[in-house]
Design a protein around this ligand. Structure first.
Ligand code: ADP
Ligand code: MG
Length: 476
C-alpha cells in the first residue's frame, strides 16, 4: 500500500516589540528570571491588560504580506488551562475572530516547480512563562519573563505533503517575518517555533487520517527529521494493525524519535470565551493603510527582480533572497564588480563556505560586500584569474588588506605580456615531447594538460586564454 503524508504547521513568531502585548514590561531576551514580569504578567487579581498597539500593527503587516484579509473586527479570547508557568490560569489568545484571515504563500520545490500553500489564519496571543527543570536540585523554577510576550500564531492548511515541503514552507514564513522586520527569527532563543501536525492516508483517499501534533520544533532540520520519523512510525503502526492516536508528541533530537506527551485536548476543553477585559479590535481603513504604507520589498518580488535585473536563475535568486542581509550583500557586490553571475557564484560559493567554516552570519562576515566587489572587479577586468582570486580572498579574510593591496604586495597580477607567456609555452613544448606528439596526431584533449603545465610554470598568473591561443599556434 502507498501512503500519502499530510502536514499542517502552526508557527509561533515572537513579534518585535519593546514591551509585552498587554503590559509595559520589557521583552528583552536573557534577563535575570522574573525581572521583566510586572503585575499584569504575574496575573495578580484586579489588574487589567492594555493592548500594545505596535503588536497589532506588526500582525497587520504580516497579513498584508501573505495577501490575507485583515479582519475588520477581531476579538481576544481566554483559553483556559492550568500550567505552573501560566499564573492567570488562562492565556489570552484569539479564537473565532482572528486578526488575519486566509492567505497564501508560494514555495519553491526541489524540482524547481512552485506550490501555493494556503494559510488558514494568523492570530495574536501572549506567550506563557518558562518552567526551569534543570537548574534547581529536585525543584522546578518558574521564570515569568516570557509571560505576556507577543506572539503571532500562523496556521497553515494541511497542504504540505513531505518533510521537505514542510521545511520549505517554514523557511518561507521565517523569511517573510524577517523581511518585514516583525520578528528577529532567532530560533535558538525561541523567537520562531514550529508545531507540525502529521497524518498519513492511503494514496487517493480524500479523507484526512488521524493526526499527531509534534510540539515546539526549533530548527528546520529537526522539523524535517521529526516529521520523517513520525510518518514512518504511523505507517508501521497502521500496517501492523494498530491505530494512530490523536495526541501531542515531543521530538527528541538526541535519539531521533518522537514520544507521547499528552492526549490531544479538544477546543471545548479550553472553555474559550471572549475576554471581558479587552475590547474587540475594529479597524478603520486609515489604520490599515498606515500600517502597511512603508513595507519593504518582499522576498518573492525581490527574487523576481534579481532574476530579471541580474539574469539569475530562479534557483540562484531564491537562494540569494533567502535572507535579506544576504540579498543586500549580493546586490552591492554585483553592482561594484559589474558581473552578476560572478557575484552570485562567489557569494554562494567561496563566501558562504568561509562563513560556514567560521560559523559566522553574513552580517558579521570578515570580508564586506564592498571589499568582495572590488576583488571580483579584478577578475572581471582580467587583472587576476579566478584561481588567484581565491588566494587573495583568503588573505583578505585574514585581514591582510584590500584586494588591490594584496595583489600588489604579493605580485599576483595576471601575466598578459605575450613574450613572457611565449617563453613559458616554449619551455613546456620542449619538456613534454610525448604530449606534443599526441596533440599533433589528433589527440585534442592533451591541450588541457599542456595549458596546465604553462599555468604551473607561471604560478597561475598567465592569462589562460592567451596560453591557449599561443599553444595552439605554436603546435600547428
Ligand atoms: P488545533 O488548534 O486543535 O491544533 P486546528 O484544526 O486548528 O487544530 O489545526 C491545527 C493544524 O493542524 C493546522 O495547521 C491544520 O492544517 C493541521 N491539520 C488538521 N488536521 C490535520 C490532519 N488530519 N493531518 C495533518 N494536519 C492536520
Ligand atoms: Mg494546535
Amino acid at each position: 500500500m502507498s501512503w500519502e503524508t499530510v502536514i499542517g504547521l502552526e508557527i509561533h513568531a515572537q513579534l518585535k516589540t519593546h514591551s509585552k502585548i498587554f503590559s509595559g514590561a520589557a521583552t528583552t531576551f536573557g534577563a535575570e528570571p522574573n525581572t521583566q514580569a510586572c503585575i499584569v504578567d504575574l496575573g495578580l487579581p484586579g489588574v487589567l491588560p492594555v493592548l500594545n498597539n505596535h503588536a497589532v500593527v506588526l500582525a497587520v503587516r504580516f497579513g498584508h504580506a501573505i495577501q490575507a484579509k485583515i479582519s475588520k473586527r477581531s476579538v481576544f479570547a481566554r483559553k483556559n488551562y492550568f500550567y505552573p508557568d501560566l499564573p492567570k490560569g488562562y492565556q489570552i489568545s484569539q479564537y473565532e475572530q482572528p486578526i488575519v484571515g486566509t492567505g497564501q504563500v508560494k514555495i519553491l520545490l526541489n524540482d524547481t516547480s512552485n506550490k501555493i500553500i494556503r494559510i488558514t489564519r494568523a492570530h495574536l496571543e501572549e506567550d506563557a512563562g518558562k518552567s526551569l527543570h534543570e537548574d534547581y536540585h529536585g525543584l522546578t523554577g518558574i521564570d515569568l519573563n516570557r509571560a505576556g510576550t507577543p506572539l503571532l500564531e500562523i496556521v497553515s492548511e494541511p497542504d504540505l505533503r513531505s518533510p521537505q515541503e514542510a521545511s520549505a514552507y517554514a523557511r518561507k514564513i521565517h523569511q517573510i517575518v524577517q523581511y518585514l522586520d516583525i520578528c528577529d527569527g532567532n530560533m535558538q532563543e525561541g523567537s520562531f517555533r514550529m508545531d507540525a501536525n502529521v497524518s498519513i492516508r492511503p494514496l487517493g483517499e480524500p479523507k484526512l487520517g488521524t493526526r499527531t501534533e509534534l510540539k515546539n520544533l526549533n530548527s528546520f532540520r529537526f522539523l524535517e527529521k521529526a516529521i520523517q520519523f513520525e510518518v514512518q512510525r504511523q505507517v508501521d503502526l497502521i500496517e501492523s494493525g494498530g491505530q494512530v492516536l490523536q495526541e501531542t508528541r515531543l521530538y527528541d533530537p538526541n535519539q531521533n524519535i518522537t514520544r507521547p506527551m499528552r492526549t490531544k485536548e479538544e477546543d471545548y476543553d479550553y472553555r474559550y470565551f471572549p475576554d471581558p477585559d479587552l475590547l474587540p479590535l475594529e479597524f478603520d481603513p486609515e489604520f490599515i493603510n498606515a500600517a502597511v504604507a512603508d513595507l519593504p520589498e518582499l522576498p518573492d518580488v525581490r527574487c523576481q527582480r534579481l532574476q530579471t535585473a541580474y539574469k539569475l536563475s530562479e534557483y540562484d535568486a531564491d537562494l540569494l533572497t533567502s535572507n535579506r542581509v544576504l540579498a543586500d550583500y549580493f546586490e552591492e557586490v554585483a553592482t561594484i564588480c559589474k558581473n552578476s553571475k560572478l557575484a552570485a557564484n562567489w557569494v554562494m560559493g567561496e563566501l558562504t563556505a568561509a562563513l560556514n567554516r567560521n560559523n559566522l552570519e553574513i552580517s558579521s562576515s570578515l570580508v564586506n560586500a564592498q571589499a568582495l566587489g572590488e576583488l571580483l572587479l579584478r577578475i572581471h577586468d582580467q587583472t587576476i584569474s579566478g584561481k588567484i582570486a581565491k588566494t587573495v580572498f583568503d588573505a583578505m579574510w585574514q585581514g591582510k588588506g584590500n584586494a588591490d593591496q594584496i595583489i600588489e604586495a604579493q605580485g599576483l597580477h595576471q601575466v598578459t605580456d605575450s613574450n613572457a607567456i611565449a617563453q613559458a609555452v616554449d619551455q613546456v613544448i620542449a619538456s613534454c615531447p610525448t604530449q606534443v606528439e599526441q596533440f599533433r596526431s589528433g589527440k585534442d584533449k592533451v591541450l588541457g594538460f599542456l595549458v596546465g603545465q604553462v599555468m604551473k610554470l607561471t604560478k597561475g598568473q598567465a592569462n589562460p586564454k592567451q596560453v591557449n591561443e599561443l599553444l595552439r599556434n605554436k603546435l600547428r
